[in-house]
Design a protein around this ligand. Structure first.
Ligand SMILES: [Zn+2]
Length: 156
């Protein structure tokens, strides 16, 4: 670890401004979350540590599930006998809001637990944001992956 900053740096200011909804940035990474980006990061970092997990472990599981679900070629598939999953390919790519070079596919991965009916949905970029930045998106964002929910639904 040690990658999670304690203070809001100029880099984080720039990332945060890219995440707030705007004309050129309709993607609501932060939802209705009014906290500074650094507060969102430190809050979720603490939550992940309390769960006994790491950002890498969570992202690894999301990526592994996405790879298995891709075998369905857009049709629902049952993965690990527990999850009904579907991968929806979308046109276009998205940049990382933290300013990494490169673009991420908009592929949407949907998961539903067969026993509880709970659902999760994420994209390749969302898994990258967790792995590289410990960022689970803001409270109130439709794309937020709350670490507690992810851990419970995926049995991590
Ligand atoms: Zn990035």
């Amino acid at each position: 670890m040690g990658k999670i900053p304690v203070f809001q740096t100029p880099d984080l200011d720039r990332a945060e401004s890219r995440m707030r909804p705007g004309k050129d940035h309709p993607h609501a990474y932060l939802g209705t979350d009014q906290r500074k980006l650094v507060e969102i990061l430190t809050g979720d970092h603490g939550a992940v540590l309390n769960l006994g997990l790491s950002h890498g472990a969570i992202a690894d599981r999301l990526d592994a599930l996405a790879r298995e679900a891709a075998a369905g070629m857009g049709e629902p598939v049952v993965v690990d006998e527990r999850f009904e999953m579907r991968v929806e390919t979308a046109r276009g790519k998205l940049p990382c809001p933290f300013g990494h070079p490169g673009l991420y596919r908009k592929t949407r991965i949907e998961l539903r637990r067969l026993d509880t009916g709970e659902t999760l949905a994420w994209t390749d970029l969302a898994a990258h944001l967790i792995r590289a930045h410990g960022f689970y998106q803001g409270t109130g964002s439709p794309f937020r992956l709350d670490p507690k929910d992810v851990a419970r639904i995926l049995d991590l």
